[in-house]
Every structure is written in structure tokens, then in C-alpha cells.
Design a protein around this ligand. Structure first.
Ligand code: S3P
Length: 171
């Protein structure tokens, strides 16, 4: 196969801890597609960490850079892209994704998200207070927007292979 079942790129969206990177990598390898992590590409392009980008330029500037990077990545050949949890919230980024790719929301219950982000300190949004409360707040704001993705795949306690299989069957 040279492309996903739909012939378009596949973009994974969802909250921090939903498994976008882990599941995305598995989906890509099963479909024989390249895998790209938007956060990694942003850090590469900026030459510094996402935490530093937030601290030095603020979230609004980060979102602009994120949009540029995602546009550039999706302009290339079909691939599987894991986006940062806020990317799909930005209307312009959402428009770019809509034009170029099939979007998949990895929907994940709060307790699973909380468990998965535990002890990880590289996410600036989670360092301002109790991760459970922050994630619960983000859930309320973001779920209605994530629901605009082309496909929704539930991924709670399934293992990576099951979840990757669920994404592929949904395509
Ligand atoms: C963010 C999620 C992070 C990263 C940044 C902001 C968000 O990516 O882009 O810290 O707004 O939800 P992950 O979802 O891969 O953790």
C-alpha cells in the first residue's frame, strides 16, 4: 500500500494522554505509511522544546507555528500525523486538516488520561495545577470540537494493537 485505505493522510486528534503518538505510530506501520508527530516537528523547526515555546512566546504564537508546521507536513505525501491536543481547536488548523486528511478523534475517558499523563512534566498546560482538574476542564471545552472530526474511535483501556485496529477498521 502506498496510502491509507482512503488514499488520504490520517490525522489523530484528542486530548493529551489519549495515545495519539503511540497509536498513530502503530497505525502507520500497519498501513505502511510514514508517521509524523507534529509536536516533534514543531520542536525541530523552532529549535527548542514546546515548554520553552510556551514560556518564551506564549500559547497564541505557539498555535501559529503549529499551524504552519501542520500545513507543511500535510502538503507532502499521505502519512499518519499525530497532532498536539490543542491543534484541532484552532479553526484555521482545523480547516487545513479538513482539506488534506481524514481526521480521527481518539476519545478517551478522563481517568485513563489522568493516569497516562501522571509524572510527565513536558506538557506546559498540565503544570499549572491539578492535572485531573485541568484535563476535566479541557474535556468540557474541547470535546464538542473534537466531535467535528471525520471519525471517532474510543480508546480507553484497549492495548495499542487493538486501538490501532479500531482506527484502521473505522477508515
Ligand atoms: C497541548 C498538547 C500537547 C502539546 C502542547 C499543548 C494541548 O501535545 O502540543 O503541550 O493544548 O493540548 P499532546 O496532546 O501530544 O500531549
Amino acid at each position: 500500500r502506498t496510502a491509507g485505505p482512503t488514499g488520504r493522510s490520517i490525522v489523530l486528534v484528542g486530548l493529551m494522554g489519549a495515545g495519539k503518538t503511540t497509536i498513530g505510530r502503530r497505525v502507520a506501520s500497519r498501513l505502511g505509511l510514514p508517521f509524523v508527530d507534529a509536536d516533534v516537528e514543531i520542536e525541530r523547526a523552532a529549535g527548542c522544546s514546546i515548554a520553552d515555546l510556551f514560556a518564551n512566546y506564549g500559547e497564541a504564537e505557539f498555535r501559529k507555528g503549529e499551524r504552519r508546521v501542520i500545513r507543511r507536513i500535510l502538503d507532502d505525501r499521505p502519512l499518519v500525523l499525530a497532532t498536539g491536543g490543542g491543534a484541532f481547536m484552532d479553526p484555521a488548523t482545523r480547516a487545513v486538516i479538513r482539506v488534506h486528511a481524514t481526521s480521527v478523534w481518539l476519545r478517551c475517558p478522563l481517568p485513563v488520561l489522568v493516569r497516562r499523563v501522571q509524572g510527565r512534566t513536558h506538557r506546559p498546560l498540565l503544570n499549572q495545577g491539578d492535572p485531573r482538574e485541568i484535563l476535566a476542564g479541557l474535556m468540557e471545552i474541547r470535546h464538542p470540537v473534537y466531535a467535528e472530526a471525520d471519525l471517532i474511535v474510543d480508546c480507553g483501556d484497549e492495548n495499542v494493537d487493538q486501538s490501532a485496529g479500531n482506527v484502521i477498521s473505522a477508515l
